[in-house]
Design a protein around this ligand. Structure first.
Ligand code: MN
Length: 148
């Protein structure tokens, strides 16, 4: 089971994210502020944290900084969820310890793409290295849909 922690102070947004994630088979745990995001990260060891930037107690930037400083949490993937759409904010986010970001309102396709990107990496480690068709006598058959 892949567990995703949703840290978001707005109950409607939180519920929307929960529904999108559960439809895709993820287990969802929730936090409503920055301190809760840290506490739940420690307690539930999520595979991914979806972290709202604008939150009470500690904002998303403070939370991701504490996560990266904490040896028990440092490698946890963190995806920012933000209403800030300006280019400068995007760069600030990507330079602040986040693994990526989603703009609000979160649409289902971007969410799926980011989750595949961040959580798919883990599966790739066990997969055999990619081989091009040229190096494979049966490459065409595989390309036609005979992949295991
Ligand atoms: Mn918020």
């Amino acid at each position: 089971m892949t567990r995703v922690l949703v840290a978001e102070d707005n109950a409607v947004n939180r519920e929307l994210l929960r529904e999108l994630l559960e439809m895709r088979g993820y287990t969802v745990v929730e936090a409503c502020d920055g301190e809760g995001a840290l506490r739940m990260s420690e307690q539930t060891k999520p595979d991914l944290l979806l972290l709202d930037i604008g939150m009470p107690v500690l904002d998303g930037f403070a939370v991701v900084r504490k996560i990266r400083e904490n040896p028990r949490l440092a490698t946890q993937p963190v995806l920012a969820v933000t209403a800030y759409a300006m280019q400068g904010d995007r760069e600030k986010i990507l330079n602040s310890g986040f693994d990526g970001y989603l703009s609000k309102p979160v649409n289902a396709r971007s969410l799926t793409e980011e989750l595949d990107h961040l959580l798919g990496k883990r599966d790739d480690r066990d997969a055999p290295p990619h081989q091009s068709h040229e190096s494979h006598p049966d490459g065409k058959a595989r390309a036609a849909g005979n992949r295991k």
